[in-house]
Design a protein around this ligand. Structure first.
Ligand code: HEC
Ligand code: HEC
Length: 397
């Protein structure tokens, strides 16, 4: 409450004297650079996160790591930054907020060198949301994608945090909209040149408010520290634990006998009980006779059961492999269908893919069982075939 009066008391609200005419510096250079870097980073994150295809995830993650650096920087800058960059100068008292809001209704809104109470709250909420977005982003990245410093987090936890991450993202967008609306009101209705404050760093407030220096060197040091911290966090990462995923050496008999008509599916895509039923029914295998001979079949079954869906904690194993389906297919499971709903049938039937069962036609890492977003690529000729079929299929088929 004391800090509130500290930052507002210098502003002559009614008397508007000549001393407020000269523009003096109130925003240090690091905070201005932070602000515009944040604008660009959040735009990239919002576009890749909300509208991007799955295989844009690497861009989202790189931007997210950049955001992590910016946020660590800003949190430190709250304590060592220029006067009005410091949290201690924010007018966060409830009384100040109330006075500000009732003042607004009367058309009173003196220009302050720092933030007004509503703006200060908005910034605190934005930085808090951004911090939570960075944290939940790392948990999601680790849990769902088995990447980054938290690759040991299990898939289901990652999935829960992905949901939280998304809610936070929408809350952030709402808070940012309020921020922009607030700046608009300040600039348009009250004529406060806030954009100049965030570009040149100056505002026409009493001389006494001026910052002595730009704190450029200090800002650089804090930024490098923040970047080093995020790099260190990434280096501490222990990699993917065996309990989540490990490389499987395909049994030669499996690779040769079960890859004639479709690619040899990763064993984590079915439960042991379903592999048993598939192998027991090879004489009528989806309309084909796929029998191999009892001894080889037993070997293949042992291999598949030893590496079944329960032994892996990947998205493919948890959401597709551990799902039992009446027809034993992976591709008739609800989650498989949901994730592939956007792909037209003719794409699957095109020569470049052949069948839904050929996961490896689009998932370049299908053989590892990881099904990384970054490894998805529908063959262009299959996409073309799909487009042509949807435009010309009248009268055909
Ligand atoms: C003679 C050809 C042939 C051989 C050999 C064969 N399959 Fe299949 N398999 C098929 C066909 C056809 C389908 C149905 C694919 C479709 O509908 O697109 C299928 C589907 C499957 C599916 C379900 C894929 C889905 O759509 O979810 C699994 C799992 C599977 N096969 C496992 C095996 C295993 C294990 C072996 C080796 C023991 C094997 N297949 C050997 C022809 C074959
Ligand atoms: C015609 C190409 C194609 C085929 C064939 C295909 N997929 Fe996919 N798959 C995709 C695309 C594209 C996506 C991303 C969908 C999206 O944007 O949500 C995807 C998403 C996935 C995902 C989620 C990946 C992630 O990290 O979000 C998994 C797991 C997956 N597929 C497994 C399979 C399995 C198992 C098979 C074979 C039985 C298969 N897919 C066959 C194209 C294909």
């Amino acid at each position: 409450m004391i800090m509130m009066t500290d930052s507002t008391s210098h502003t002559p609200s009614a008397t508007g004297t000549g001393s407020t005419d000269r523009a003096v510096r109130v925003r240090d250079l690091p905070v201005r650079l932070f602000h515009w870097a944040l604008v660009i980073t959040v735009m990239v994150l919002a576009i890749t996160g909300l509208f991007g295809e799955e295989n844009w995830l690497p861009v989202h993650v790189w931007a997210g790591q950049g955001l992590a650096v910016l946020i660590v920087f800003r949190l430190i800058w709250w304590f060592v930054g220029g006067r009005y960059s410091r949290l201690s100068t924010y007018p966060l008292g409830m009384k100040a907020l109330k006075a500000h809001l009732t003042g607004l209704l009367r058309g009173e809104n003196p220009l302050r060198p720092g933030h007004n109470p509503a703006g200060a709250w908005n910034i605190v909420i934005m930085i808090t949301l951004l911090t939570l977005l960075v944290i939940t982003g790392y948990v999601t990245w680790g849990g769902q994608e088995m990447q980054g410093p938290l690759a040991w987090i299990d898939y289901r936890t990652g999935e829960t945090f992905a949901g939280i991450h998304e809610v936070l993202a929408w809350l952030l967008l709402a808070t940012m909209a309020a921020h922009i609306a607030g700046v608009f009101v300040e600039v348009r209705i009250f004529g406060h040149p806030l954009l100049t404050a965030m570009t040149r760093g100056t505002l026409p407030v009493p001389i006494g408010e001026s910052e002595k220096d730009n704190r450029t060197f200090r800002g650089l040091v804090v930024f490098v520290l923040a970047a080093m911290m995020i790099v260190a966090v990434n280096m501490i990462s222990t990699g993917v634990p065996e309990s989540r995923w490990r490389a499987v050496a395909y049994l030669p008999a499996y690779a040769s006998n079960c890859a004639d008509c479709h690619h040899a599916h990763h064993p984590s895509l079915r439960l042991a009980a379903d592999w048993e039923r598939i192998i027991a029914g090879l004489e009528d295998h989806f309309g084909e006779d796929a029998t191999i001979g009892a001894k080889t079949e037993a070997e293949i079954l042992a291999f598949l059961k030893a590496n079944d869906a329960r032994r892996f904690d990947t998205e493919a194993a948890v959401r597709m492999g551990r799902v039992q389906t009446k027809d034993l297919r992976i591709t008739s499971g609800e989650y498989w269908q949901m994730r592939h709903a956007g792909i037209p049938e003719p794409v699957f039937r095109s020569p470049a893919v052949g069948s839904k069962a050929n996961c490896n036609a689009c998932h370049r890492d299908a053989e590892t069982g990881r099904f990384d977003d970054a490894m998805i690529r529908i063959p262009p000729e299959a996409l073309r075939a799909g487009n042509e079929a949807t435009h010309t299929n009248r009268g055909e088929s």
